[in-house]
Design a protein around this ligand. Structure first.
Ligand code: BDR
Ligand code: CA
Length: 312
């Protein structure tokens, strides 16, 4: 039986490749819907991009719903310096024909989870505003979520500040609410994603697959990597963050992690959005997340190649 899955995202080139990987595996995932949030680019753009990628994947039946246009308390913060003005620059894809599904993503999330006849996996690839809002409006949904697998946070250093990773920093209050909700969590942070570099060789291997999806993915990775290099953050290819979430759901054997207590800093200006990860249970509280620490990055990029091969 395919796993019921909802993907909450802010595409973003890496979100887009994560969506492709999920939609390329209908035998594994019953993709109930894609919900969008403001993050890398504004909500109107993340929603447009999700529609573009749904059509590239040839999955018109998957609903796409727009969610929150801003974080809970913080002013909106986007990342065009990395993703470009459009968010999926480099993909060079046609305008989508299919519209958004009417309604608000948060309301849809609550209704869909309440009606689900088996627990649903929720993948979050952007700021966690939609999931936190759904939880605040309907705490009972926690019982219907099998687990939340999120790209965000870091045991070590940050990327948007020295301490914080972008998805958590943009809406730290939302992340704090989710981490404190009691839902089963798997955190895939920068410690993992910075091991998974889109090197020129890996990008060329993806391009050589030759499908439209492969060309779009390689184009996006080329753009994304060039921007990372210009920003001077990391050399040797951009870290390919978000598809790690889908790869983990497909092939958990490619990853290593362990249970930890994770709390999100919401008050210090210096360390706002930091995920404080305590593997040693220093204050005696039980773990609330499985935090991944290692990835087989060659195996990961092979999965992406297989994914874009399946989408003709
Ligand atoms: C995260 O931030 C965004 O720029 C990416 O899409 C990813 O979700 C990495 O910090
Ligand atoms: Ca993202």
């Amino acid at each position: 039986m395919p796993t019921p899955l909802i993907i909450d995202c802010d595409p973003g080139q890496d979100d887009a490749i994560a969506l492709l990987l999920a939609m390329a595996n209908p035998d594994v995932f019953d993709l109930l819907g894609i919900t969008t949030v403001a993050g890398n680019v504004p909500l109107s753009r993340t929603s447009y991009n999700a529609r573009v990628i749904r059509e590239l994947a040839g999955r018109p039946e998957v609903p796409v719903l727009a969610g929150c246009p801003r974080p809970m308390l913080m002013p909106p913060r986007s990342a065009e310096h990395i993703h470009g003005e459009g968010g999926i620059d480099g993909a060079d894809l046609p305008e989508p024909r299919l519209p958004l599904t009417p309604g608000h993503a948060v309301v849809w999330l609550i209704e869909t989870l309440r009606l689900a006849d088996q627990p649903v996996t929720v993948a979050t690839l952007g700021p966690m505003t939609n999931i936190a809002m759904a939880y605040v409006m309907a705490p009972d949904i926690v019982r219907k979520i099998d687990r939340v697998v999120l790209m965000g946070g870091s045991i070590g250093k940050g990327n948007i500040t020295a301490s914080a990773e972008f998805n958590i920093y943009v809406d730290p209050h939302a992340a704090a609410a989710v981490f404190a909700s009691g839902v089963a969590l798997t955190m895939i942070g920068l410690d993992v994603t910075h091991q998974a570099r889109a090197t020129p060789e890996r990008i060329e291997r993806i391009r050589s697959v030759g499908t439209n999806a492969a060309r779009a993915a390689a184009g996006m990775l080329g753009f994304f990597s060039a921007r990372y290099a210009e920003a001077g953050h990391v050399a040797g290819g951009a870290p390919l963050h978000d598809p790690c979430v889908i790869a983990y759901l497909l092939r958990p054997d490619l990853f290593v992690g362990r249970p930890m207590r994770v709390d999100v800093e919401v008050s210090s200006p210096l360390t706002l959005g930091r995920t404080v990860c305590d593997a040693e249970r220093r204050d005696g509280r039980p773990p609330n997340a499985t935090v991944l620490e290692k990835i087989d990055s060659d195996g990961y990029f092979r999965l992406i190649e297989e994914g874009v091969r399946r989408i003709s």
